[in-house]
Design a protein around this ligand. Structure first.
Ligand SMILES: Cc1cc2nc3c(=O)[nH]c(=O)nc-3n(C[C@H](O)[C@H](O)[C@H](O)COP(=O)(O)O)c2cc1C
Length: 181
């Protein structure tokens, strides 16, 4: 069972937010966590559209999330909030699936003007699943280069991302020690 599950909420196959999520996953693997990735694109469109709660792609995803010690949820900003497809996926998950878990939210947007989408949209959504959301990370497109090994160009943004990741890792470790005490 993976200790950390990373969920990508972008419908885009060449996604900026997913690239950054991959980088964060690498940082956590360097700290010896096991990390697995889930994408909204793993769920068939017909399942999302018909709200097929019992489809194996949904029940498997829910089991993986429930078994994790910590979860990272990333989304592009779409119309000042998270992507609609991420919401369609989250609507299918049990309402306590993130209970007692540290959750690191990440959003990428074209404009700094929608930074508060983290606080007004994504974090309240994660709270409905009973997750403990951290402050979170917001990056604008101009500081992301998907083709680089380190995809965050700006030093301050990268340092914030690394600090949030380290804090998340510490909370996951504590969570792990509590359940194995
Ligand atoms: C349909 C759509 C709506 C968007 N709406 C916003 C928006 O309201 N505010 C914003 O800052 N960026 C907006 N953007 C830009 C994306 O949030 C940004 O390019 C993001 O990094 C894309 O992430 P992705 O490559 O992971 O999908 C929008 C992009 C699309 C395609």
């Amino acid at each position: 069972m993976s200790e950390i599950v990373i969920i990508s909420g972008s419908p885009n196959v060449a996604s900026r937010s997913e690239r950054v999520l991959g980088y964060i996953g690498g940082l956590l693997e360097d700290k010896h966590f096991t990390v697995t990735h889930l994408s909204v694109r793993d769920i068939p469109a017909a399942v999302l559209f018909s709200a097929d709660f019992s489809h194996p792609s949904v029940t498997d995803a829910a089991a993986r999330i429930r078994g994790a010690k910590g979860v990272i949820v990333g989304s592009p900003v779409y119309k000042a909030a998270y992507s609609g497809v991420l919401k369609a996926f989250i609507d299918l998950l049990p309402q306590d699936v993130l209970e007692s878990k540290p959750v690191l939210p990440l959003m990428t947007g074209g404009s700094p003007g929608h930074l508060l989408a983290l606080d007004y949209a994504l974090k309240p959504l994660l709270s409905t699943l009973k997750g403990h959301a951290l402050k979170g990370i917001y990056l604008t497109d101009d500081v992301i280069d998907k083709n680089l090994d380190i995809p965050v160009l700006d030093g301050d943004c990268l340092s914030r991302l690394e600090k949030q990741t380290a804090y998340f890792a510490e909370l996951v470790r504590r969570q792990h020690s509590r359940t194995h005490a």
